[in-house]
Design a protein. Sequence first.
Length: 539
Amino acid sequence: MTLRFFLRAIFLSLAMALSAPVLAQSGADPKPLIDALAKADFSEAERLIGEIAATGDARAVPTLEAFSEGDLYVRKADGLVFIGKAGEDGLDLIEPITGVSAGKTLKSALTKIKINNNLRRVISSAAGGLTLLSPDRSVRLAAANAVLSSPSAENLDLVETALAKETDPEVKARMTEARAVSVLSSDRSVDEKRDAIRTIKTIGGNDALSILSAVSGSIDASLKGDLDAALAALQSKQKLWDMAQNVWYGLSLGSVLLLAAIGLAITFGVMGIINMAHGEMVMLGAYSTFMVQDLIRDHAPSLFDWSLAIALPVAFLVTGAVGLVIERAVIRFLYGRPLETLLATWGVSLILQQTIRSIFGPTNQEVGNPSWMSGSFPVGGMTITWNRMWIIVFSLTIFFTLLVVMKKSAYGLSMRAVTQNRRMASSMGIRTPWVDALTFALGSGIAGIAGVALSQIDNVSPNLGQSYIIDSFMVVVFGGVGNLWGTLVGALSLGVLNKFLEPSVGAVLGKILVLVLIILFIQKRPRGLFALKGRAVEA
C-alpha cells in the first residue's frame, strides 16, 4: 500500500506541474492546513478542506483520499498529521505532501482524525478540483464529474483554469457544466449566474433538476424568474422522459413475458393442453444456469463471461427432455380431458418444485451477471440497463428463429397442420402423437431458455416459475392461441400496460385491472387478437 501512495504522489506531482498558473495565483502551502486538521472539529475541517483545495496543490490529493478512507492520523508526540497504513508491526507513516515514508509506529502513539459523511462529500469535490489538470483524460473526466456532483465555490478558479486548457470535447463539455454549478455556489455576478442556469438547463434530467432545486432557496431574488422557468422546462421535459422510461420498462417486462409465454403458446395451440407445469420448465432452465455457473466457477473461472452461452443449450436439452418424459408418461393418456390434464400438470409442477427444494434447498441460489450484462448507460433522461437490453434482443432472436422454424421446416409445417386441423393432418399421414410429443418438448425447451434469461433479473428459487405462469396464459389468450405474432404483440402490450398502471394503482391492483380488461376483450374476440384461420373445432 505504501508503494501505491508513492506512485500516486509522483503521478499527481506531474498534475501539479501543469497547474502552475493556479499555484502562482494562490501560492499557499497546504502542509500547515493539513496539520491544522489535527485539532479541528467537523465544521472547521470543512473550511480547512476548502482552503486546501484553494491552494491548487495536487500533491494534497492522496492526503484528502486517506482522510476520506479514515487513514489520517495525528502523532501524539508532536501533533503532526500523517497518512497511516496498516503494516506488520503497527502503522506505516507517510508524509502528507511529499509521500515520503516516515517510518513505523504503534497505533497507540497515534490518534485517528474523525470524519463524517458530509466531510467525505466535501473531500470528493476538493479532490476532484485538484485533479482537473491531470495529464490522464479519464482522471480529468472523473474530476469534472466529482465537481459536478459536489459543487464548491473554492473549486471555481481551478475549474476555469482547467477549462481554458482542455482540448477533449467530452471532458470540456463536462467541465463547462461543472463550472456552471460552481458559479451558482459562488459570489459571482448575477449575469454569470444567469448564464450558469442556462448551462445547467442544457444538462437535462434529474441531475439538473436536483442542482437547481438545491439552490432555489438561496439564490438572488433577481434570478428567481430564470430559475423557475428553467425548473418548469426541465420538469416538463422530464415527464416525457419518464413516460419513455415506463415504455422501456414495459418492453423489458414484455420481453420477459414473451420468453415465458412463447413455449406455452406452441403447446396450448397445437395440443390444447393447459400445462400448469410450464412455469417449472422456466425454473429448471434457471437452475440449469446456476449449475453451469457453479461448475465454471470451480473449474474454469476464466470462462464465466461465456456461462450463459454454455447454459442455453444445456437448459434447452434438460427441460426439453423433462417435457418429453411428462408428455409420454402423463399427458398422452389425458387428451380430450382438460380438467384431468390441468390437475395432472399441476401435480407435476408440485413434484418438480419439491424435487428442486430437496436437492438445492428452499433458498435463492446465486446466479451472476457476465460483465457484458452488468451496469447501465444513459439515453437522454432515461437509464438503460444492459441486462434488460440483452434480454429484449435475446427474446426477439428466439421469436424470429422459432418463426423461421415454423414457416420453413418440415416439422414446422406438420405442427401448423396439426394446429389448424388435427383430423385432416392425421388423414394425410402426419403422425400427430409424435408431433404432440415433440411440440411439448420444444415448448418446454423454450421455457428452459426463458429460465436462463430470467436468472439474470429475478431470484432463482423453486417458486420462480409461479411468478410468470398466470401472466403467460393471459398473453397467450390475449394474443391468439397458437399464433406467434399474437404472442409477441400480446406480451409487449401487456408489459407496457402493466408499467403504466402500476404507478397510479399499485402492482397488485394493476394486475387485477389487466385481467379484467382481458376478460372483457375475450368477450368480444374469443379467439384473441390474431385468431388462426381454418382451425377445426374438435370434441
